[in-house]
Design a protein around this ligand. Sequence first.
Ligand SMILES: *[C@@H]1O[C@H](CO)[C@@H](O)[C@H](O)[C@H]1NC(C)=O
Length: 521
Amino acid sequence: MALFLVLSILIITTHFCEGYKALVVTQMPSKSHSILNDAIVKQLLKEGNEVTYVRSIEYKNPPSTLRQIDVSSNAEAIPANALNIRSIMDRSVRVNDHYTVKHRMTGVSIKTMENKDVQKLLSDPKEHFDVVIVEFLDNDLLASFAAVFDCPMIWLSPIEVNSDILSRIDEIPNPAYVPDIMSLNIAPFTFPQRVQELWSRLKSQYLYYRYIDDIQSEAYNRLVAPHIIARGRKPPTIQEIRYNVSLVLGYSHVSMGEAARLPQSYKPVGGYHIDEDIKPLPENLMEIMDDAKDGVIYFSMGSNLKSKEWPEETKQSILQMLGGLKQTVFWKFEKMLPNVPKNVHISNWFPQLSILSHPNCALFITHGGLLSTAEALYFGVPIIGIPAFGDQFVNIKRAASKGFGVEVDMSFNVVEDLRTAIEEITSNPSYRQKAKEFSFIYHDRPVKPIVELSHWVRHVVQTRGAPHLRSPAIHVPFYQRFYLDLALSILVLLVISIKLLKLVIKLVWSKKKPVTKKKKN
Ligand SMILES: *[C@@H]1O[C@H](CO)[C@@H](O)[C@H](O)[C@H]1NC(C)=O
């Protein structure tokens, strides 16, 4: 009885100590980005923590304990037709231009900070948090939340391992074998590709220091620093804030990315958003899938690219091409189309996970977003990727090099290329085989990614920022890291030695000279 009492007191008190206060921030007003933070919020709440959620998309069915701050007005920082299939097809926009992307992302971050409810949160001296988890958008502005609340800071990196995030906690990965996140190359590189990667890395760093740093510093001084002063502290510089990150939760995994070298404070938890509890298919879809003896092709370009933006003639040709297949097709399309062939089913929403989990799902045609790639791998379904922007190119190229995917170019030839790719994947069993192999690698981890994520967040809270995980590299300036000081010293020594040697030779020579002259005379 006594033991029982002690035990229950122990359980109650440890449980009581367990809850912490977290601030979670999604900035991008996009469904796929919020899915990532929604999953974290859900997990933290489940563990009994107190969560404040700054979010750009509605969080469905929130528990009464969740406090939300709506920053959906962020969308104003992104031009309305920033993503348009036609302009991608006719190459009239440069989707992966470093400057445009960084500039736009920083604009979203500034919008987040300008939000009046966010400002209210920052200015309230009674507010405090044990940890801040923020979606990383290529700038450091929102890391300053941690400086205001004097608490540890965690970045959530929504893409595979990349130089922008690693440069904040360690070193930039070697461009000779790690592609840029917006690259169109995949290692091993040819000589021109290697040069291209180095150039893009240098350009990215240059743009950051030349433009982004000024913009974010101005915003920091205007929107954040006054709150730190009001709390009686001297505001750190944004550079100090930049390198004061406790942890990066990376949406990455070797099954999708590469076996990159990672610092201790980077935790690859790719796939954590997938809820193990897969909902059964609605009855009508279940029936169609069960009956599809040639398999089902699931076609969805994600939530950012709207299918209605496909050029009219391309839409019709896609529909015709799909109608000629023996497989059943589910096409996620926001608008009903006329003359839909009977093997094609169009809807503006499909239960993606439940479809992918069905054994008759033969193929997933996707834009190649990382979440979709992870979901395909989770169930071992091969993919065709039609990448449109950002990291989608690299994701698909990796899937292709691993053997479970085929890339189709978003061009005016897309229908023909798509038909060829579908034939290739559905007739050659090696794609499915590879998808199953990489699915095994995806699942074969010591713990589930969401459990790992939750462990590390707690670890950061309990150790007040996990300073022991930080790479010593962040305190070593560039010239020391590359021993440029040593190189310079050797150079200087060399130059001095040569000068001295010349002097000595000259002296010896001039002493000898008169002698020889005499002889001649
Ligand atoms: C650095 O991070 C720690 C927590 O890890 C925090 O308490 C401190 O206020 C931060 N300092 C600055 C200058 O941001």
